[in-house]
Write a protein that binds this ligand. Structure first.
Ligand SMILES: [Zn+2]
Length: 211
């Protein structure tokens, strides 16, 4: 990657995560912006890359970067069950009418998205040191946190590009990517008062939290 490329990655054989200079600008990061947006933005991306070390591929590497199974059989089974639940959830999302996300192809990215969002949410709350976040423009800190996350994925693609991406890109298309991630995080329900009638509501049994 060049410094000008807006991207980040986790490379398991070297046990590294890399963020480019170009990524460290709005909407992901802005030194003077409200902290809630920063945690929901670059915070969720940092958490995403860290979680990749423990997704369906990264977990096959040990701490020295070698392919080596370091999991107990029971943990392995728990992981597989939760991952299967995520495959079902994401496969149900339509990127366009009739165009379903491939929950298997996108599994690693989806695990990283949800794990990263949980980590960033916990980090944001730790940063408040028990104090109440200010209300800004009528929005609470938690509401701005999740809006900061959604702002990362504003985009438009032609229908043909979307169809091609769904078949080949391991990242879930933007709208499904945001909506499927937040509905697995308990804090999102509290932030917006999401009730069972809401289209994105998931019962607690169907919410998946791996990390
Ligand atoms: Zn990723």
């Amino acid at each position: 990657m060049t410094p000008q490329t807006v991207n980040a990655y986790n490379y398991a054989p070297f046990s590294v995560v890399v963020f480019t200079a170009a990524l460290l600008q709005p909407p992901a990061f802005e030194p003077t912006q409200d902290a809630a947006l920063t945690y929901g933005g670059i915070g969720a991306i940092i958490g995403h890359e860290l979680t990749h070390a423990f997704d369906d591929v990264g977990r096959k590497f040990d701490a020295t970067g070698h392919v080596h199974n370091w999991w107990t059989t029971a943990d392995d089974a728990h992981f597989a069950a939760k991952a299967a639940q995520l495959v079902t959830l994401y496969s149900a999302c339509e990127a366009a009418p009739g165009l379903h996300v491939d929950g298997v192809l996108t599994l690693g990215e989806n695990i990283a998205d949800i794990g990263g969002l949980q980590l960033a949410y916990a980090a944001y709350h730790a940063s408040l040191h028990g104090l109440q976040a200010p209300v800004i423009d009528g929005l609470t800190g938690d509401q701005r946190f999740f809006l900061g996350f959604a702002k990362l994925r504003r985009g438009q693609r032609r229908p043909q590009a979307l169809r091609s991406d769904v078949g080949s890109d391991p990242h879930t298309p933007d709208a499904c990517r945001v909506n499927q991630a937040v509905r697995n995080v308990g804090g999102w329900y509290k932030a917006f008062g999401v009730t069972p009638e809401a289209p994105l509501f998931l019962s607690k049994a169907l919410r998946t939290s791996i990390w």
